[in-house]
Design a protein around this ligand. Structure first.
Ligand code: ADP
Length: 443
């Protein structure tokens, strides 16, 4: 290219020199120079015209043959075009592959712009949200779904990792919506039809609740008969022993059915909750006395540190399940002479209930699964304490009912700490509200 510039320049200079020479011979220097410049002007104009025609009409063809500098310019443009064409082909291929992949996704995916306007969606999202192209491009997702939990996302108050809402077109369809921020203020929304999943979950809950209910009466009858048989056979040691074992097992089954019913009621999101201001310090003080009785000759040191005016707006039964299960576990899983410390305090994140023991502890890998139903670290040790394996599942669900969460920390052989975090919205102080009297609400 560099070489062509120089030779082009030489050619122009040579033609000007020739014009000068003839101009000098015929004594018409200016006219000769003007003719030479005009000739070059015409040549450049014709080549520009050729380039323009080629770019406009024959771009896909090889460039028109041209020599010198112009030939080089034509070839360079042609090469650039070919490169761009190849890049475009690769891009189209990638976009097609992306389209095919997203179309095959079993979940709906929607891409939103900064303010929540819909920019793109895949086939499943189009089906679930009944989106039509191109009318719905630019439509705000919050306006389409019309649900406060979805609108909360743009106010920076996304309630959870995901929310489950009714479909805006069919109340019987439940949709799980998950939002993930990516790129430059863009949001990817994953939409999933969870109707069947929720139905199966509901069936499971109903089944457990019904079967526990059905077992309750026969167990009460059995327990009553065994009580009277024990009294009638007070002198027969063998019979006494047999009936005592039977009674013990019946009590365990009764406890199990009670716990199962409690758990399914906490899991039921349509349950009506009767909230009152609960005097937690008083509740904990009587729980401490019960723990002393349960500890009996095992002689645990049980300490209670509770902020005296710190109350909660909640359901008495739920809070009782939370506090009792954690304290009873601490007593059950702490060897004789150990210490149990119960704390009830407040900070800027809300109110906290903490039970710390110097018990046997829990290996780390069990901790994430402890709140599953019937999950036990060690079958033997739980059977020994008579636990149903539902205690921590009940605590977890009761905490969820209060928008709170449970934290567990433990060291094998050194002890465990269970902390329940209650959000500030439900914290009350005794002098503001009066203890357990005002602020009743049905939720
Ligand atoms: P369980 O009725 O068997 O006690 P939970 O759901 O209350 O059932 O507890 C689940 C398991 O967690 C228990 O089986 C026990 O192994 C372990 N666990 C609970 N609390 C403690 C604790 N304070 N110290 C040690 N292990 C505990």
């Amino acid at each position: 290219m560099h070489y062509n510039w120089i030779s082009e320049l030489w050619r122009i200079l040579a033609s000007l020199a020739l014009a000068l020479f003839f101009g000098w011979i015929f004594d018409q220097i200016l006219l000769a120079l003007l003719l030479a410049v005009s000739l070059w002007f015409v040549i450049y104009f014709l080549r520009l015209k050729k380039l323009d025609h080629w770019l406009r009409f024959d771009r896909k063809q090889a460039p028109p043959l041209s020599s010198g500098l112009w030939g080089e310019v034509f070839t360079a443009i042609y090469r650039l075009q070919q490169r761009a064409r190849k890049r475009n082909k690769r891009l189209v291929k990638a976009i097609n592959r992306f389209r095919e992949t997203t179309a095959a996704l079993p979940d709906g995916a929607v891409v939103l712009r900064e303010e929540g306007e819909i920019e793109w969606w895949n086939a499943e999202a189009g089906r679930l949200l009944r989106l039509n192209y191109p009318q719905d491009v630019g439509l705000r997702l919050a306006n389409l779904l019309r649900h406060p939990d979805v609108s909360a996302y743009w106010q920076g108050e996304w309630p959870d990792e995901q929310v489950t809402i009714n479909s805006p077109y069919d109340e019987s369809i439940r949709l799980s919506i998950r939002m993930v921020e990516y790129g430059k203020n863009q949001t990817l929304v994953i939409v999933r039809d969870v109707t069947l999943f929720e139905q199966v979950e509901q069936m499971r809950r109903d089944f457990i609740s019904n079967i526990s209910h059905e077992l309750r009466t026969p167990l009460t009858v059995l327990s009553g008969y065994m009580e009277s048989l024990l009294e009638e056979n007070a002198d027969d040691e063998q019979v006494q022993h047999t009936f005592k074992v039977m009674q013990q097992q019946t009590r365990r089954m009764q406890q199990l059915t009670e716990d199962l019913m409690l758990l399914s009621s906490y899991e039921n999101r349509h349950r009506e909750r009767k909230q009152v201001v609960v005097d937690v310090p008083q509740m904990l003080s009587s729980l401490r006395e019960q723990a002393e009785i349960l500890s009996a000759e095992r002689n645990h040191t049980i300490l209670l540190e509770a902020e005296p005016r710190l109350c909660l707006l909640g359901e008495q039964r739920e809070l009782d399940s939370i506090f009792t299960n954690l304290v009873v576990n601490a007593v059950n899983y702490t060897p004789s002479g150990g210490a149990i410390r119960i704390r009830w305090f407040e900070d800027d994140k809300g109110a906290h209930f903490e039970v710390n023991d110097t018990g046997i502890g829990i290996p780390q890998h069990h901790i994430p699964r402890l709140t599953e139903r019937f999950y036990r670290v060690d079958e033997g040790r739980s059977r020994h304490t008579g636990g149903s394996g539902l205690g921590l599942a009940i605590v977890k669900h009761a905490m969820q009912c209060n928008n709170g969460s449970l934290r567990i920390d433990s060291d094998v052989g050194r002890g465990s700490t269970f902390i329940c975090d209650f959000p500030p919205e439900i914290v009350r102080h005794a002098d503001e509200q009066g203890r357990g009297t005002s602020d009743e609400a049905k939720v």
